[in-house]
Ligand binder design. Structure first.
Ligand code: SF4
Length: 326
């Protein structure tokens, strides 16, 4: 479901608040009214739909108007007594405890937060205008309120440095939010993103295909680390998938009374997977810097495979316990 277009923020890599998503003299964030959204949710609910993904770039708008709209939306949804679950995407600096608590009460179950980077240089480059402490606060709140969340994160970009990657990995490790896709994600650039001009000035050459810019990393050690992350960390995808399957099974098989206990156990397992993955990435990075393009370190490869297989087995062993009731 789409309830708004654009975004009032100006992140330099993103089209949403910039060229590609601007419309004549209208504000950067254009939105439907809370009344209009709730009317549509009532119609959907009457058709038997109980879960909706709200796909707006930023449901909360980026300039305060979205938060005001969300408060009206919460009041209307409460009054409607609809049995509906929904997900949103937003910035970390828009989340506070009261708003999140109220949104959860009316059905919010998943939030995609844009974090993008954890080292100062990339945060400045991306013009994100958020801080690591805001991210820590938002993640703690989401965990406390048992709202599932995912994190937008740009690990690699054309001018990434080894020290920037290290700082990113340490942050993901601290918060236990590393996943294969986050750790291997590289910046995707499209025409209209202001950052492309900055990269061109620094000698990055782009070629464009299907409305997307492709590029090489300027630092060869970063290029090696990227290739190693993608290849050597892949066994963790199987462990992550086994974790998602266990969580899905738990969510559909359990009484609400058991839900918290199972959530806690599976949450711990998923955090162990995240921690092991990021530690393996840190080792790959050290390897990329010290040994260069030698991808065939069989010790490192086998060690990663063993760890990931152990975690996959733990998730799979968890499944019969879930279906028997914990
Ligand atoms: S806050 Fe999100 S949607 Fe808005 S400009 Fe930044 S990245 Fe784009």
């Amino acid at each position: 479901m789409s309830t708004s277009r654009g975004c009032a923020a100006h992140c330099s890599f993103c089209q949403s608040g910039n060229y590609g998503n601007r419309y004549h003299s209208l504000p950067r964030w254009r939105h439907r009214s809370a009344e209009n959204i709730v009317r549509e949710l009532v119609q959907l609910n009457n058709m038997g739909i109980t879960a909706v993904s709200i796909v707006d770039d930023d449901f909360l708008g980026g300039d305060g108007r979205g938060v005001d709209r969300a408060r009206i939306f919460i009041a209307l949804l409460r009054a409607s007594r609809l049995d509906i679950r929904f997900s949103i995407e937003c910035r970390v600096d828009e989340l506070d405890e009261e708003l999140l608590t109220d949104l959860r009460q009316v059905g919010l179950r998943h939030v995609l937060i844009g974090v993008e980077a954890a080292n100062d240089s990339d945060i400045r480059l991306f013009a994100k205008r958020t801080t690591n402490s805001q991210v820590r606060h938002a993640v703690a709140l989401l965990r406390e309120l048992r709202i599932d969340f995912s994190v937008g994160f740009i690990m690699f970009h054309p001018l990434s440095t080894v020290s920037g990657l290290e700082q990113n990995l340490n942050f993901l490790h601290d918060l236990r939010i590393g996943t294969y896709s986050r750790v291997t994600n590289r910046l995707e650039l499209h025409p209209g993103a202001p950052l492309t001009n900055h990269y061109r000035r620094h000698g990055i050459v782009f070629y464009e295909e299907n409305y997307r810019f492709y590029y090489q990393f300027s630092d060869p050690q970063v290029a090696t680390a990227y290739a190693m992350f993608r290849e050597l960390l892949r066994p963790f995808v199987t462990a992550e998938t086994a974790g998602y399957q266990a969580r899905f099974t738990a969510a559909t098989a359990f009484d609400p009374a058991d839900e918290k206990m199972v959530e806690r156990q599976l949450g711990r397992l998923s955090e162990r997977t995240s921690t092991a993955l990021v530690e393996a990435a840190i080792e790959c990075l050290q390897h990329a810097v010290s040994v260069g393009a030698d991808m065939a370190s069989s010790n490192l490869r086998h060690q990663i495979e063993r760890t990931a297989t152990g975690l996959t087995d733990s998730c799979r062993q968890f499944l019969p316990r879930i279906t028997k009731g914990g």
